[in-house]
Write a protein that binds this ligand. Structure first.
Ligand SMILES: [Fe+2]
Ligand SMILES: [Fe+2]
Length: 264
């Protein structure tokens, strides 16, 4: 296997991102970035994992994004449907397309947390196969490749979780390490500059420093090769120590709303 150097992808990343971009491949197991070519500071990333006859979509996106995301995925898997999708929480930008995907394949697995599953039917369908990450923290492809789920409560949603791909070492982080910017690149090149972009999101959306530190404690021993958020740029391996440090130091949410109230 010849690993793809993520830090070199920006140089070949062309046009308005209407083509899926291969991020990892090991035989039939492949991971693609799927994006939306929109002029927005709050743009969405989706990611597709393909493995033989299976295709799993992470962060499927909003209802309005569905035609573009579906068109990109057809460029990769023209003759088979998406077989599973991961909703790290229920925000419309992450899960608003749920009913659109289920219309294409009613049998697909909906992988999410129990508290998120309470709300998802409000997107229009409840007749789906629910895979509960709180009870089953691993998802196995037929080939044996595994995903592992780590709960990240209140970052920012109560049922938020991240998805760790054991094969690639990629951590699909949802809104955690998300960034807002108008000069978006596929991969982070300058981490100090990226911190300002993450602050624009984290300070207002994430619950507290306790939530951030508790989450880092859960994942800090993982072998990570990249962090792939739902918004903003992919964080390559060389910046992961700084990304962890960012969350450990983060003051956000309730830390700022109620600065005078201390933990007893
Ligand atoms: Fe969100
Ligand atoms: Fe989001």
């Amino acid at each position: 296997m010849d690993p793809i150097d993520l830090t070199r992808l920006n140089a070949t990343f062309m046009d308005r991102n209407v083509r899926p971009t291969l991020l990892f491949q090991d035989g039939k197991y492949a991971i693609y970035w799927i994006g939306v070519p929109e002029d927005s500071a709050f743009r969405n990333n989706s990611y597709l994992i393909t493995d033989g006859t299976e295709a799993l979509l992470i962060d499927p996106g909003g209802h309005n994004d569905f035609p573009v995301i579906n068109q990109q995925i057809k460029q990769i898997i023209s003759s088979m449907p998406v077989t599973a999708m991961v909703f790290c929480h229920q925000d419309p930008d992450a899960a608003g397309s749920m009913a659109d995907w289920l219309a294409l394949n009613p049998g697909m697995n909906v992988i999410t947390a129990a508290v998120t599953n309470l709300i998802l039917p409000h997107f229009g369908r409840s007749d789906y196969s629910f895979f509960n990450i709180n009870e089953e923290p691993f998802f196995s492809f037929g080939s044996g490749h595994k995903l592992r789920f780590f709960e990240a409560p209140f970052l920012h949603s109560p049922g938020a979780f991240v998805t760790y791909d054991e094969t690639s070492g990629f951590l699909f982080s949802g809104d955690i390490w998300a960034a807002i910017d108008m000069d978006w690149r596929l991969v982070v090149e300058n981490f100090p500059a990226h911190v300002l972009k993450m602050n624009l999101y984290h300070i207002n959306h994430m619950a507290s420093n306790i939530a951030a530190r508790g989450f880092v404690g859960r994942i800090r021993n993982l072998l990570l090769k990249a962090i792939l958020p739902q918004h903003g740029s992919i964080i390559p391996e060389k910046f992961i120590p700084q990304a962890m440090d960012y969350l450990l130091r983060l003051k956000c949410g309730l830390d700022l709303v109620y600065p005078d109230i201390k933990q007893k």
